[in-house]
Write a protein that binds this ligand. Sequence first.
Ligand SMILES: [Zn+2]
Length: 232
Amino acid sequence: MAHKPSNLLLDSLPPNQRKALLARMEPVSLPIGTVLYRSGEQPEYAHFMTTGIASIVTFMADGAGAEVGLVGREGLVEAINLLGSASPPTTAFIRVEGTALRIRYAELQKELFTSGALFRSILQFVQCHGFILSQLAACNGLHEIEERLARWLLMVEDRVQSDKFYLTQEFLSEMLGIRRTSVSAAAGSLQKSGLIAYRRGNIQVLNRKGLEEAACECYPVVRDLAALLNQS
Ligand SMILES: [Zn+2]
């Protein structure tokens, strides 16, 4: 099947290796809510995102969840899983509908330790992703909700490459680890300032520059880390 992948991690591989890997992959459509792997289980497939956003979430015993990572076309959702045998405490699912190229997880894991180029690309991704998560952990503990929401919307916009996307209030509250009423207040405030339009989950960024000014200092840090993946 003809499919033009636009996954930055795959694009960073030497052409021959990319071609060989692509021959063993299949393109999949991923509606909102699709579970990519569950906590406590080894993934069945590895997903190189080509559009949309996958979210990595930690759920507590009472069902409350908080987002601990997001992956778009710059990466591989199961990258950190591949590096060892530990069972993940996280669950990954689709937050913004999209597409991916998938390959059997066990097959990719085997390939990883025999291919230097793939190993280096995945390590580079895991490093950038890990540093982004470190920044976000500090951000969630120290920064105000509104500036975190602005930072998060910019991160989504960068990954979906569109100024319009759909996110329910429930998702937003999980992403930011806050109550829904706080999401409404923060989104309402950004809307009032003319930075975004928000209606029934449909978000449009109206003033990108203003949103960057409203975001906390973490946004340029995570943007620059993600940009490293574009250059590799
Ligand atoms: Zn921050």
